[in-house]
Structures are given as C-alpha cells and as structure tokens.
Design a protein around this ligand. Structure first.
Ligand code: PGA
Length: 250
C-alpha cells in the first residue's frame, strides 16, 4: 500500500485482558518488530503500569477513555495527565459503547477530544451509525453531525493532531463487517467533509475502520484508498490475529 498518511492499527481490548496477556502481547509485538505501521495497544487502564512504556518502540500505548475533568472530586475518573504519565500516547474517545452505555453525547465526545489534546495525547475519535440510521437513509446527515460537533468545539486545525475511526455500530462485535466498498464510501465522505474546512488537514488525517476486522478481511479493507488502518476489538486479544491484521495494513 502506498499512502502518504500515517497507517495505524489500534487494538481496543475493551474490558478484557489479564497480566498474562500484557506479557504475551508486549513480548510478541517486540519480537515481531512490525515496521511501516503504527501499532497501538489500548488495554484497560490498570494494566498500563505493567507495560514497559518507557522502552516501547514496537508499539504505543493507548487508553480507552479519558475524564472530562483534569482532577479533583470525580470518583472513578482518570485524567489525561495521568494517562500521559503512564506512557499513553493515544486515547480512544467516543466509542459507541461509551456513547450508548455512558450517555456520551456528541458534545461530550468533542470536549473529551479537547481534554486529550491538551494533555498531549492523540485522540482516536470514533463515530458511526446504527443499523436503524442507515436503513432510514440518514447515514451521511448523522455522521456529519457527529463530526461537526468535534470540529466546532476544537477547530479543524486540531484534527491534524487527531485520528478518526469510522465504526458502524452494526459491525462491532457482530462478525458482520462493512464491505470494503461500504467503508470506502463513508471514509471518502468524511475526508470530503473535512476538506470543506481545510483540504490539507483532510489529506493528512488518518481515518481508521473498525467493526469485525479479522485477519481474513483486513487487507481488502485496508487496500481502500481512504482507509488508513483499523481499530480492532475482538481480534486484538489474540497476538497472532493482531499481528496478522497489522501486517495487512503495510
Ligand atoms: P470488533 O470491535 O473488532 O470486536 O468488532 C471493534 C471496536 O469496537 O473497536
């Protein structure tokens, strides 16, 4: 694949994993030394300290969420500065599971993007429609609202420090992947939308696809001109599958 943009494959462990998986993944990714793609591992936050973050070169660490607050009386929350202190370079914001089960609105996701940026983290901003929205013919209008909330709160220039991740909800954890053509259609729409604000930012921003990416479908997705890697859930819990998917992006 010959794309100018940074190619990224990020593994979202969600509420899964163990110390044993930390060790296996860390050693395995170091041994594999995958070049030409930025590999990111996003485990649950208690595991950050078990990664040897200061020596990480084979991959980067990412968090799955960040608090809206910088600190203080917010029980259960983890700030951007804490994530950075423990070696995180990336943070997923706006994952549909958080939008749905933690009532994160477009405005909250836009604010979390800002918090992440001010802590020096690269937000991986998730967006995507439900099956209902797609079936009702509101796909592009829905995605536009999700993305414009980010741009209005943060400015289009700030997208140069962000990664976007299209994750159709109907494809997450279902085994039902968007076809490469379906995904490409949305990625091209997103790039054009950003280009309406700033053509250079649109050209440079990496747009990942997420939703049932597996070793056997990764290459056909990543080969699409506007797909710059993937956000991987279930398959990122297997070292072998995660390595195969990462290599498919090169
Ligand atoms: P999946 O999850 O690969 O298990 O579908 C993707 C995600 O939710 O980021």
């Amino acid at each position: 694949m010959s794309k100018q943009r940074e190619i990224i494959v990020a593994g979202n462990w969600k509420q899964n994993g163990s110390l044993a998986l930390v060790q296996e993944m860390q050693q395995g990714l170091i041994n594999e030394a995958i070049a030409g793609v930025t590999v990111v591992v996003c485990p649950p936050s208690p595991y950050f300290a078990s990664f040897n973050a200061t020596q990480l070169q084979a991959f980067s660490l990412g968090a799955q969420d960040v608090s809206l607050f910088t600190g203080g009386a917010h029980t259960g929350e983890v700030s951007g500065d804490m994530l950075a202190e423990f070696g995180c370079r990336y943070v997923i914001v706006g994952h549909s599971e958080r939008r749905n089960t933690h009532a994160e609105t477009n405005e909250v996701v836009a604010k979390k993007t800002k918090v992440a940026l001010s802590a020096g983290l690269t937000p991986i901003i998730c967006f995507g429609e439900s099956e209902q929205v797609r079936d009702d013919g509101h796909l592009f209008e829905f995605l536009k609202q999700q993305l414009e909330a980010i741009i209005v709160e943060n400015s289009v220039e700030s997208l140069a420090q962000c990664v976007l991740a299209y994750e159709p909800i109907w494809a997450i954890g279902t085994g039902r992947t968007a076809t490469p053509a379906q995904a490409q259609e949305v990625h091209a729409f997103v790039r054009a939308l950003v280009a309406g604000y700033d053509a250079q930012v649109a050209e440079n921003v990496s747009i990942l696809y997420g939703g049932s990416v597996k070793p056997d479908n990764a290459k056909s997705l990543f080969d699409q001109p506007d797909i710059d890697g993937g956000l991987i859930g279930g398959a990122s819990l297997s070292l072998q599958d995660f390595v195969a998917i990462s290599r498919a992006a090169i």
